[in-house]
Design a binder for this molecule. Sequence first.
Ligand SMILES: Cc1cc2nc3c(=O)[nH]c(=O)nc-3n(C[C@H](O)[C@H](O)[C@H](O)COP(=O)(O)OP(=O)(O)OC[C@H]3O[C@@H](n4cnc5c(N)ncnc54)[C@H](O)[C@@H]3O)c2cc1C
Length: 405
Amino acid sequence: MTKVIIIGAGTGGLSVAKELSKNKDAEVLIIEKGPLADTKDAYKYYDTWDRNEMEIIKTTLVGGSSTVIAGNFIPSFVEELKKYDIDITKQLDELKDELKIAPMPESHIGDADHILQKAAEELGFDMQPMPKAIDATKCKQCGKCAWGCPHGAKWSSLEDLKIAQQNGAKLITDEEVVKLLVEDSKIKGVVTNKANTYTADIVVVAAGGVVTPKLLRLAGINTAGETFAVDPFITIGGYYKGANQTKQIEMNKFIKLPYAVISPHTSQYVLDGIKQTHPDATADDVLSFMIKIPDNRKGKVYANKVEKSIDYDDVAYIAQASAIAGAILKQAGVDMESISSTHTRGAHLIATSPVGEVVDSNLQTEIENLYVADGSVLPKAEGIPPIYAILAIAKRLGQHLADII
Ligand SMILES: Cc1cc2nc3c(=O)[nH]c(=O)nc-3n(C[C@H](O)[C@H](O)[C@H](O)COP(=O)(O)OP(=O)(O)OC[C@H]3O[C@@H](n4cnc5c(N)ncnc54)[C@H](O)[C@@H]3O)c2cc1C
């Protein structure tokens, strides 16, 4: 038997586990820092890293950030990854069938989407339907995708876990990997915060874009964490009586600009600003958009510190997209005096262990049999949802390891 440890039961880690566990010669152990919780409670496990200029959002629980996604699945990074001899086309096709990725039916498009789409079209902007991994027969349109789905309608990596466990993979929860054991440039195992040592022939690090580079740096891979992208976003909106956007599926449509994506989205922070002009406004009276821009890689992750700030380009792109979003909101009937925005946040934590720099085209590091399979291996940021590409590249690694074991 070949012993394989996967660090992190999140999006990338469980995708590897699902594929690799199909090989009966692989003994798969997944070690996860967070608990195994019901997806409806996922919001309780949000944590943020350094609230400086940019709030960085992630969750720590089994399923990782897949538990709180808006459910958006846009193919991305396909051409970029080909530059590194990585073709994820096959895996994207497989995932499309497995996750039943498709736009929501008309029955699941909310009134707010219709209002915003009409206004956008009147101004000459094309709003496309967003491909989702949400089962419309179960979705109650409660607007709680980013809390964790209360109705079991939205896909999450817990489905990959179920298959991996049926195939014999073992899961340890509530235990944090703090160190990689390396001897003669070969991986030997991991050490956890409970002072347990687990030995392995192969280790796959999938602790997410912030923690993975930290573990690699501690193991002597100093190129890890030298870059960091998050695709900064804001939510901008204003007063529109009875918009009821909070009770509709988020981000069901999107406008793709060269420098930004604009998509219907709500946030409690927008209401705080709107109350300055409309003190009686409630969450039901907000009509708003998310603006997300493609990031540069100008951030760093050190063993105990994260640096990610907003620069001139970020501000310029957000300002340009805000002007368009503001015009559409005005056209839709939003009170312009009330327009307000959130602070800048980032939820696509990527490019901290990029392919071609920290890992090779098989996602192996300079340490023999030490692999990486999460958002950190993506080579740059594209400003569009990355989970489809993360799942595909991790699935590809799982298939590769299953072939060579
Ligand atoms: C609110 C929100 C909405 C989003 N919506 C979308 C969307 O609609 N579409 C999209 O494409 N993307 C979306 N994203 C981004 C997407 O969820 C992430 O890019 C993706 O899930 C990251 O996958 P990952 O494998 O890199 O990390 P994660 O899925 O975060 O997995 C990392 C795992 O490692 C665990 N871990 C961390 N440290 C350790 C340790 N030391 N030891 C053991 N385990 C550890 C964590 O608990 C976690 O389970 C969203 C993100 C957020 C926060």
